[in-house]
Design a protein around this ligand. Structure first.
Ligand code: NAP
Length: 400
C-alpha cells in the first residue's frame, strides 16, 4: 500500500453492507477499497443458512452469499485489503485512516463495521473461550457431536443456532432470562418442535466451570433464587450484539448505545463519511437491510466524491470565480442567464439551493455569494451580492 495513493472511496468492513457498497461504488467507477479486519463476510459468513434473503427460495448459506458478493465487487474493480483501523482523521477533503498496516487515504469513507457479539461477563467465560465457550455455532458446532451443550439467549440468533446445533449435539439447553422468547414466531415453532432442545426459563448463567475444558454451567433461577449446575461440554453465547464503533467515538456522532447516527442518505455527522449496516442506528438489522444501506451509502458517497473532485479540479489552477446562487429565486434565475451570456470559462456558477454541500463548504450564509480563488486559494469572499454587482466585480477583476 502506498501512502501517496488517494482512493475515491474506502469502505471499512466487508460484511453485506460493505460488499454491497463496494459493488455499487466500483460499478459507478469509483476507485474503491474495502478494508476488512478479519475475514470478508462479517457475521453473515458464520450463518449456516439464510432463509429470508430474496431470490433464494431454498435458502442460501452465509458463506456462499459472501463469496458471490465478494466476486461481484471484485468483478467491477473493487480492491479488498486487510487491516485493523486504529483511528481516523476526517477534517480535510482527504480522509486518513490509521491502521495496523499503515495509513490509507480516501476522499470519502463508508463505515460498515457491523456489530460483535456481546459477552456474558461471567466467571469462566474468557478463560474457556475456545475451550468450550463459543460465539459461532457454524464454526464450532461439529466439535460437539453427541455432546450436551447450552445456548444462552432468547433472540433470533440464540433460537436459530440452538436448532442448528441439534444437528450435532445429543441435547441442547436453551438458557433464557425471561419466560418468553424475543425470537420471531417461526423460529420459536421450530425450537419447541425439536425434541433435543430443553428451554431453561427465567435463568441466567452465573459461572462457567471446568478443568481444561468446560464441564458445567452454574445457573440461577431468577424467580426462586435457586442456583444449580448443568453438566455441559459447551456453551454458545448469543446474548445480543454491540456495535463496532469504538474507534469512531468522539469523531462521529453515536447514539446512546454506540450505534452511528446517519440521515436517510447514510451521511454521518461528518461531511464525506457515511455509515451502513448493523453499526448504524436503524430499526431492522438483517442481511437485506445491510445490503440496501450499503447501496444507498455508495450512491451518495459517489455523488459526494464527484462534486468534491469537480469542484477541487475547477478551482485548483489560475483565477476562478465561484458564484453561488439559489435556483428558486428570480435573482438566481437572472444570474444563470447572465452567466451564460458572459460565457466566461473561469466563472463557475453553482446552484447552492440544490448543492448544499458546496454552499456549506464555501461558508455561504446568504445567496448570491461570490468567492474568488487564485490557484486553489480563496482570495475574495462576499455574500448577498446583487446580479449587477457581480457583473461589475467580474469586470473590475478583469475576468470578463
Ligand atoms: P437480540 O435480538 O438483541 O437478543 C438478545 C437476547 O439475549 C435477548 O433474548 C436478551 O434477553 C438476551 N440477553 C441480553 N443480554 C443478556 C445477558 N447479559 N444475559 C442473558 N441474556 C441476555 O440479539 P441477537 O439474537 O443476537 O440478534 C441481533 C440482531 O440480528 C437482531 O436484530 C436480530 O433480529 C438479527 N438476527 C436476525 C436473524 C434472522 O432474521 N433470521 C437471525 C439472527 C439475528 P431479553 O429478551 O430478555 O432482552
Amino acid at each position: 500500500m502506498s501512502e501517496e495513493k488517494i482512493y475515491d472511496l474506502i469502505i471499512v468492513g466487508g460484511g453485506p453492507a460493505g460488499l454491497s457498497a463496494a459493488i455499487y461504488a466500483s460499478r459507478a467507477k469509483l476507485d474503491t477499497l474495502v478494508l476488512e479486519k478479519n475475514f470478508v463476510g462479517g457475521q453473515m459468513a458464520n450463518t449456516d443458512i439464510i432463509e429470508n434473503y430474496p431470490g433464494f427460495p431454498d435458502g442460501v448459506s452465509g458463506s456462499d452469499l459472501v463469496s458471490r458478493m465478494e466476486e461481484q465487487a471484485e468483478k467491477f474493480g473493487a480492491e479488498i485489503d486487510f487491516a485493523d483501523i486504529e483511528g481516523i482523521e476526517v477534517d480535510g477533503a482527504v480522509k486518513r485512516l490509521r491502521t495496523s498496516e499503515g495509513d490509507y487515504l480516501s476522499r470519502a469513507l463508508i463505515i460498515a463495521t457491523g456489530t460483535e457479539q456481546r459477552k456474558l461477563g461471567v466467571k469462566g467465560e474468557a478463560e474457556f473461550t475456545g475451550r468450550g465457550v463459543s460465539y459461532c455455532a457454524v464454526c464450532d458446532g461439529a466439535f460437539y457431536t453427541d455432546k450436551v451443550i447450552a445456548v444462552v439467549g432468547g433472540g433470533n440468533s440464540a433460537v436459530e443456532e440452538a436448532v442448528y446445533l441439534t444437528n450435532f449435539a445429543s441435547k441442547v439447553y436453551l438458557i433464557h432470562r425471561r419466560d418468553s422468547l424475543r425470537a420471531e414466531k417461526l423460529l420459536q415453532e421450530r425450537l419447541f418442535a425439536n425434541e433435543k432442545i430443553e428451554v431453561v426459563w427465567n435463568s441466567v448463567v452465573t459461572e462457567i466451570k471446568g478443568d481444561k475444558f468446560v464441564e458445567a454451567v452454574s445457573i440461577k433461577n431468577l424467580l426462586s433464587g435457586e442456583v444449580k449446575d448443568l453438566a455441559v461440554s459447551g456453551v454458545f453465547v448469543y446474548v445480543g450484539v454491540v456495535p463496532n464503533s469504538q474507534v469512531f467515538r468522539g469523531v462521529l456522532e453515536l447514539d446512546e448505545w454506540g450505534y452511528i447516527r446517519t440521515n436517510e442518505e447514510m451521511e454521518t455527522s461528518v461531511d464525506g463519511v457515511f455509515a451502513a449496516g448493523d453499526v448504524r442506528t436503524s430499526v431492522l438489522k438483517q442481511v437485506i437491510t445491510a445490503a440496501a444501506e450499503g447501496a444507498i451509502a455508495a450512491t451518495f458517497a459517489e455523488k459526494y466524491v464527484r462534486e468534491q473532485v469537480y469542484f477541487d479540479q475547477n478551482i485548483s489552477s489560475g483565477k476562478r470565480v465561484v458564484v453561488v446562487y439559489s435556483s428558486i429565486t428570480d435573482e438566481g434565475r437572472e444570474i444563470v442567464k447572465c452567466m451564460s451570456e458572459l460565457e466566461a470559462s473561469n466563472v463557475i456558477a453553482i446552484d447552492g439551493y440544490k448543492n448544499s454541500r458546496i454552499s456549506k463548504k464555501l461558508n455561504v450564509e446568504k445567496f448570491s455569494a461570490v468567492r474568488i480563488f487564485d490557484n486553489g486559494k480563496e482570495v475574495f469572499s462576499k455574500d448577498g451580492v446583487a446580479v449587477h454587482e457581480i457583473v461589475n466585480m467580474l469586470k473590475e477583476q478583469g475576468i470578463v
